[in-house]
Design a protein around this ligand. Structure first.
Ligand code: GLN
Length: 471
């Protein structure tokens, strides 16, 4: 038996090198766990049929001396990342049988290093949600407490790692979808700077906000996975050229706390208590904690819920039931559109398309869309200037612990509150990470969010590793 619970990327790599077990042995071990647990958890909606073929490729790389740290590492892929020849559906009925015809940038990079993709992880439909309850493929359960949600939208990716059904996973984060489920499942989840990781081959949701990020049990593993997918790609016009990327500098060891932002309604007392304890731990570790005034960041959520639906309404226009995906025959073209889109998309996705179309309609465009673009710029400026004085800014990851199924799905606004601390990083385009920070009085996992300036992911890893040792 391989000790999957304590396995990290460097440890697995050493075991492969020492011949303790092979890539195939490890892949089989994960496949067995998936067989045993996935029925209850539904982390995966498909286990790829070529896992052992991929494992053989990795074994050859060990034999011919081309193996890297990621060779043979079993990874769960969120169901919105194209993997050539495999179904990718954004967990929507409208793309149920859609097969990828090329590799996304992230898959291509990892494939070149011989990573082993285990399967497609469940997600909220088109990544809209915070609980993985909107998937057309059924809910995913939180392996820590199966009566509760795993968070979302990358709930399947996080549940896969939390149930020991993958060593690490990839998720996508548009408004918190890597960080929040990572916190709910007791894991590390990171959203890179917008432009650090190519979006080529990721099913587009809100293009000015989407980023792919790593999910892992440790900060070091998240860093290794991030380094493997981080890079310039000419296929993504928003990819940051290598020469513009920043080099690590010595830290000031000062961390900012946006006090007034933590005073809003609906923030759980246990969360605030845990956050205070986290601050104390960082102080003990030699960081100076200072209050920062960020009066605008509380508007990030409102801005997000204007820009996100607006971008969704235009990105999802391509699913018309004609070119590909779900199609319902009907008497006229307009009826085909209506039926295919009306029955192919789930309720939450339709809500956002309708909202977004309204926001972008003549007469409202200036009032909503353009106003939000201006507020977005102001939020970005506000955060940038705060970083003149501090290395990082911290908040809790989620205002509440993992909740029960159905607790928020009937009231969209209460579900949207999940993103209150997460949206600022997407709105500003800066990197952020969630690190496990302990448990609440019921033993449910909580997370600490660390945000850093543009392209300074290294700060997240440095502080993250320091903090991880203290929890
Ligand atoms: N919960 C947010 C939403 O529903 C964020 C989703 C995401 O980051 N993909 O839009």
């Amino acid at each position: 038996m391989i000790d999957l619970r304590n396995l990290t990327i460097p440890k697995a790599h050493d075991h492969f090198k020492n011949g303790d077990f092979t890539v195939t042995d490890l892949a089989n071990e994960y496949l067995n766990v998936i067989k045993e647990k996935n029925g209850d958890i539904n982390a995966y909606i498909e286990v790829y049929d070529d896992v052992l073929t991929q494992a053989k490729v990795a074994e050859d790389m060990f034999k011919n001396g081309t193996a890297t740290l990621l060779t043979g590492i079993p990874i769960a892929l969120k169901d919105n990342m194209l993997f050539d020849g495999h179904i990718v559906s954004a967990s929507s009925k409208i793309l149920e049988n859609y097969k990828a015809t090329y590799d996304s940038f992230v898959v291509k990079e990892l494939k070149e290093q011989g990573a082993v993709f285990l399967g497609r992880a469940n997600m909220d439909e088109f990544a809209m949600g915070s609980s993985t309850e909107t998937s057309a493929q059924g809910i995913t359960r939180n392996p820590i407490d199966i009566t509760r949600v795993p968070g979302g939208s990358s709930g399947g990716s996080c549940a896969a790692v939390a149930m020991q059904g993958a060593l690490v996973a990839l998720g996508s984060d548009t408004g918190g979808s890597v960080r929040q489920p990572a916190a709910f499942c007791g894991l590390v989840g990171m959203k890179p700077t917008y432009g650090s990781v190519s979006r080529s081959g990721i099913i587009a949701m809100a293009s000015s906000l989407d980023q792919v990020g790593p999910i892992a049990k440790t900060v070091a593993d998240a860093e290794i996975l991030f380094n493997a997918i981080n890079g310039y790609d000419k296929m993504d016009a928003t990819s940051t050229p290598i020469e513009l990327r920043l080099k690590p500098t010595v830290l000031k060891k000062r961390i900012g706390i946006p006090r007034e932002f933590l005073k809003g309604d609906g923030i759980d007392n246990d969360v605030l208590k845990n956050f205070d304890e986290a601050c104390q731990k960082l102080t003990n570790a030699g960081y100076e904690l200072v209050d920062v005034s960020l009066p605008l960041i509380k508007y990030s959520l409102a801005v997000y819920y204007i820009l996100q639906p607006a971008e969704v309404s235009s990105n999802l226009a391509r699913y018309d039931g004609m070119r590909y995906g779900y199609h319902e025959e009907n008497k006229s073209l307009i009826e085909v559109y209506k039926k295919s889109r009306g029955n192919g998309f789930g309720k939450e996705v339709r809500r956002r398309i309708i909202l977004g179309t309204y926001i972008l309609s003549h007469g409202y465009y200036d009032a909503y869309y353009n106003a939000s673009v201006l507020v977005r710029k102001a939020i970005r400026r506000e955060l940038m200037s705060a970083f003149d004085d501090v290395d990082a800014i911290i908040t809790p990851t989620s205002p509440f612990p993992p909740f029960k199924f159905g607790a928020k799905s009937k009231d969209p606004v209460s579900m949207y509150m999940s993103d209150i601390f997460l949206a600022p990083a997407n709105i500003a385009g800066i990197p952020a990470i969630s690190i496990p920070s302990g448990v609440n009085s019921e033993g449910l996992p909580l997370g600490l969010q660390i945000m850093a300036p543009f392209l300074r992911e290294d700060i997240l890893f440095t502080i993250g590793k320091d903090f991880e040792k203290l929890v």
